[in-house]
Design a protein around this ligand. Structure first.
Ligand SMILES: C=CC1=C(C)c2cc3[nH]c(cc4nc(cc5[nH]c(cc1n2)c(C)c5CCC(=O)O)C(CCC(=O)O)=C4C)c(C)c3C=C
Ligand SMILES: [Fe+2]
Ligand SMILES: [Fe+2]
Length: 338
């Protein structure tokens, strides 16, 4: 029997440093996230980053935490609950990090008699630090605990018509009546190095992004190309004039050079250029989380206004939007038919 495992990133069990620290340790010790040899990774993560970060992140998580828990988990669960009755096969939900493990998700499907699983990472654009790490871990668990199970990876959906339509319609709805100067498409960043590592041709991807409009098989695994494509397709759908929107990358960690331009730098500089009213959409996330609710809707908003900005609109993620759930259900139905 066929079944589906939806996988999102995960959150700590609580917004307290005692829970944030082990969560960040699991996340940042992942070799697909901090992609350096083990000893150097352990030194960087445990010797440097985890000395102060758990306190800082816990403080940020406390600002967005709800009575039901972490927004990322609660909203993913709501979406899961809505998708389930729309399809005829079992659907489970898991997280790459934290206590809702992929192992538990596969076990749940196994107990329902599922032998053929489609893995659906809830990330529109492919990245080593998001999609690949889920695929690798799920395969490792399958081999060890469910050797007779078949696993199929659902490809990144950055350009799928259903995704572009519901994302565009959601942006349109939220922008109604808001006379903005600039619409910012802010994507989660990654270190530039990751772009080179996932280039299957080993020669296509250039560090300045000049490669991204030239067709290449590298683009099936190029995060930056896929971010550009999502933006281009949404802009086309909404018929946005070229000068009315911009693409940026957020959430960088100190140290490496990450994809540019940086969201915080761009937004802080906008008021001085006469851009006083902005809307920000975050299409690398389908679920609201720390990076959208705290970093964008709170921090970027405050910084923009401190720099002379007047109006700031943070557009929510698709979350458990009915039409989005129907799109996901349609993808599942198509896979079940084939
Ligand atoms: C959109 C997909 C994501 C990619 C690609 C990604 C890469 C990436 N992230 C970090 C470091 C951190 N990310 C953090 C939070 C976080 N990241 C994503 C998604 C992607 N990350 C989400 C959905 C979230 C929110 C989680 C939540 O509970 O709401 C954090 C933790 C919080 C913090 O301290 O800021 C870190 C750290 C790296 C290093 C990286 C690529 C190399
Ligand atoms: Fe992240
Ligand atoms: Fe490219």
């Amino acid at each position: 029997m066929k079944g589906v495992l939806l996988v999102n990133l995960g959150s700590p069990d609580s917004p307290e440093p005692k829970d944030v620290k082990p969560y960040l340790d699991e996340f940042l010790m992942d070799k697909y996230v901090i992609d350096v040899p083990f000893l150097l990774r352990a030194f960087l993560v445990r010797g440097i980053i985890l000395r102060k970060r758990p306190e800082e992140s816990a403080h940020a998580y406390k600002k967005i935490w709800t009575d039901e828990g972490s927004p990322l988990i609660v909203l993913s669960e709501r979406m899961h609950k809505k998708v389930k009755p729309l399809v005829d096969v079992p659907v489970a939900l898991a997280m790459r990090y934290g206590s809702m493990t992929i192992e538990k998700g596969l076990q749940e499907l196994h107990e329902q008699g599922v032998t053929d699983v489609m893995l659906l990472p809830l990330y529109p654009q492919y990245a080593m630090a998001s999609t690949l790490t889920i695929e690798v871990l799920a395969e490792k668990i399958r081999k060890k605990s469910f050797p007779n199970m078949k696993l199929t990876n659902f490809p990144a959906f950055y350009n799928k018509p259903g995704f572009i339509r519901v994302l565009s319609e959601s942006i349109k709805k939220h922008l109604e009546g808001f006379n903005y100067d600039q619409l910012v498409f802010s994507y989660h960043g990654i270190p530039e190095r990751h772009i080179r590592k996932t280039d299957v041709t080993k020669s296509h991807c250039k560090i300045d992004g000049s490669c991204c409009a030239t067709a290449s098989e590298a683009h099936a695994f190029c995060y930056r190309h896929q971010c550009y494509e999502t933006t281009r397709l949404v802009a086309e759908y909404l018929q946005l004039p070229k000068e009315s929107y911009t693409l940026t990358f957020q959430s960088r960690l100190a140290g490496d050079k990450w994809l540019e331009p940086y969201t915080d730098v761009e937004i802080d500089n906008m008021p001085a250029k006469g851009i006083k009213k902005i809307a920000v959409v975050t299409p690398a996330f389908v679920t609201d989380c720390l990076e959208t609710l705290e970093e964008i809707a709170m921090r970027a908003n405050e910084d923009f206004k401190e720099n002379g900005g007047e109006e700031f609109l943070a557009i929510p993620c698709l979350n458990d939007d009915d039409e989005w759930c129907e799109v996901v259900a349609d993808w599942i139905k198509d896979w079940v038919k084939n």
